[in-house]
Design a protein around this ligand. Structure first.
Ligand SMILES: [Fe+2]
Length: 305
């Protein structure tokens, strides 16, 4: 399967109202005006990248994988079928909600609703960040990454990621056997999805958002501290994926990693296959007072149908 990158994600939240100020003021995202109860957040000229649907619980509702065009999308559906997954094809109304030409979805062996689409709506020169900001890293690599917690790494999940989605291995950070990171094969990023393997847990581990300028990481860090959002980990530089980032808890409880300095082309980078001996070069000191329940979220609730 020839996935371009991570196109969008959807979440349900009982705290959508809090996101209306948090997303622009802290993260620098643009709130798309007047779109009903669902809060749509922009990171570039795409219609939106993150959708927050009002709900009773905090959940990862879906992950949207972008295919290049109709041909690649048709091929994607064939590959899913051959692999034994029956995809539901979205009707016009749901495609309009996602702002794409066509979309189909399955529930993966990770219990995540994976959506496959092509033809995302965009409007050139219309992105206005929510605060003074140098913009987000999106483009042909998609945006950021999601890391999902699963109770175990199964043969089914391994086959799904490596054979069905054709994702490439990135590494496991410093936690061999406990974490796995992957990217679409054509993608130059280090990872678009990751898995944290924790017996007994299932849900959203964190969402990574990458920005163009280090100062925007510093400004977000200041605003997180000023507004009292709990830190999960202090500023630091990772070892295997040598970005500068920090982790804090969003109004929905799950952590956001706010990042600068990704590798330009990870496909030829020696750290990719290397065995990292430490999580970070410096920093990323974990906040032991943080609410541990914040990482425990079921990831299966579907939205839109
Ligand atoms: Fe991350």
């Amino acid at each position: 399967m020839d996935i371009v990158g991570l196109g969008y994600i959807g979440l349900t939240s009982a705290h959508v109202a809090d996101w209306r100020s948090y997303a622009p003021d802290v993260l620098g995202m643009q709130v798309r005006p007047s779109e009903g109860e669902t809060l749509l957040l922009r990171m570039d000229d795409r219609h939106h990248r993150i959708a927050l649907h009002p709900g009773q619980q905090e959940r990862l509702a879906y992950v949207g994988w972008e295919l290049l065009d109709r041909v690649a999308w048709d091929e994607c559906l064939r590959i899913l079928e051959v692999a034994g997954y029956t995809a539901d094809v979205a009707d016009r109304q749901l495609c309009d909600e996602r702002a794409v030409h066509a979309m189909a979805w399955i529930i993966g062996p990770d219990h995540v609703r994976h959506e496959f689409f092509y033809g995302a709506a965009f409007n050139t020169h219309t992105f206005l960040p929510g605060r003074p900001h140098h913009g987000f890293v999106t483009g042909d690599g998609g945006f950021g990454h999601v890391v999902v917690t699963v109770p175990e790494w199964t043969d089914d999940l391994d086959r799904f990621i490596e054979k069905v989605l054709s994702f490439k291995w990135f590494g496991s950070g410093a936690d061999v056997g406990k974490r796995r990171f992957y990217r679409p094969k054509r993608n130059h990023r280090t990872h678009s999805i990751g898995y944290s393997i924790v017996p007994g847990l299932l849900g959203l581990n964190h969402v990574g958002i990458e920005v163009n300028d280090l100062d925007d990481v510093g400004i977000a860090y200041d605003r997180v501290l000023e507004r009292g959002y709990p830190l999960m980990a202090t500023l630091g530089r990772h070892t295997q994926d040598p970005v500068i980032s920090f982790y804090h808890f969003s109004p929905s409880g799950f952590p956001i990693e706010y990042i600068h300095g990704g590798i330009e082309d990870s496909t030829a980078h020696p750290f990719v296959e290397g065995k990292s001996e430490s999580l970070s070069v410096w920093g990323h000191k974990f906040n032991t007072d943080a609410p541990r329940t914040a990482t425990v979220y079921a990831a299966t609730e579907s939205v839109g149908r």
